[in-house]
Design a protein around this ligand. Sequence first.
Ligand SMILES: [Mn+2]
Length: 475
Amino acid sequence: MEPPKEFLSSFKPAADLFKIHSDQGAVIRILTHNDADGVASGGILSNVCKRVGTPFKTTVEKRLDEQILKGVAEEKPSLVVLTDFGSGYLELVGKALPDLDVIVLDHHMPMGNQPTRVVQVNPLLHGIDGSRDIAASGVCYLFAKQLDPRNVDLSPLALVGALGDQQDKGEKKSLKGINILIEEEATAAGLLSKDVDLIFYGHETRPIARAIANTTTPFIPGLSGREDSCVAFLDHVGIPLKTGDRMQSLSDLDEEEKRKLFSALSSHMVAEGCDAKTVHNLIGTVYTFKKEEATTPMRDGREYSSLLNACARMRRPSLGIGICLGDRGEAMKDSEQTVDEYRRKIGGYLDWVRTGDRIKELNAIYVLSAGTDIDENIVGVVSSILLGQGILKSTKPIVSAANSDDGTVKISSRIAEGTAYMGIHLGKIMQEAAGAVKGAGGGHDNAAGAFIPPGAEDEFMRRVDELVAKQWSGS
Ligand SMILES: [Mn+2]
């Protein structure tokens, strides 16, 4: 792929500023977002600081607000780096950190004027699609490469973040846009191989039942998170668990067996209420990181990303950052246990949604009001799964609400990838509707969020419904 020159040259001012601080061995304060892309981004930047030997502190936050920034100012760091958020809060950052140098490495919609001490790198400022073609982790990786070409070994983390942000929207669930450039660098460095196959995690290495049970995207009702059900399912389909003495993995199956498994999984999903089209999400491009141990979750790009996501959502983000920094052993055991708990939680939430008729259909959107029944950190993930399963009858966006532990209401909105909604920008809608009820919101065109005051939910949803209808009719 041809490197986008103008975008790449936009990293230089940020890299120069970073060097001024790191050359002095000054403290660098990294803040990132609590999802897989955010943790991968924070992981890349933490590696960069560690390698140049400058002290750093990295925290993972559910959002950026005045209170958090005030806390950062009190720490008196030398340089603040914000990643996977920041572009939507430029003026707030300038106001809360007036005396500090700040670098923003983001791929969300930039809003407001850029304060003088803020240096921002954002693909959207260069006509590049930040929702689909590069994630914050990709921006951080290119930043790291600008500082030192040897940081090419961090390229897998860039891909992990992109997969976490579901940027695998190319043909056969492949990454696209600038992510391809990163892929090419990873491949040339001997770090990456790609195959098209059933995308269950660990397709080379895991026993098949465990591979199916461990996979959360797509989330298969009745099978995801339930290895015993998967064993029974395979038995019923007639696929032997073992070849000789050894447990079979997906890559051991011949074409005929794979077809049999695919068709049985399709029937199962359709019987569970999934859309026939979503069944095709079972096959796609598998990203294998060749330098990672074969039996670990870090070997498979999607599994690595769901592990980082689980650590962040289950409020153990430092575990994820540690994994990015190369921790294995105990950290890996802890993180795998965290993934287990996370999967069980999601399964429970989906049961709650499915059994209770919880989704309300308005004129232009679906609304899921979860209150305290779904963790605010996971409500967006649940929405994505609901869209991905095709259980919702029409292609309207889904807007979910859950109570936040800080007394506000966390909103998350998701839209299925499809031409009918290409004219809709959820980030702008979240910004406008939240602003109107004294909240704050923003994000991507296809995935966005907000925080609103308690009691404002009905009013907010009504406004979102109107705005979606208006944008839709205009497109
Ligand atoms: Mn992101």
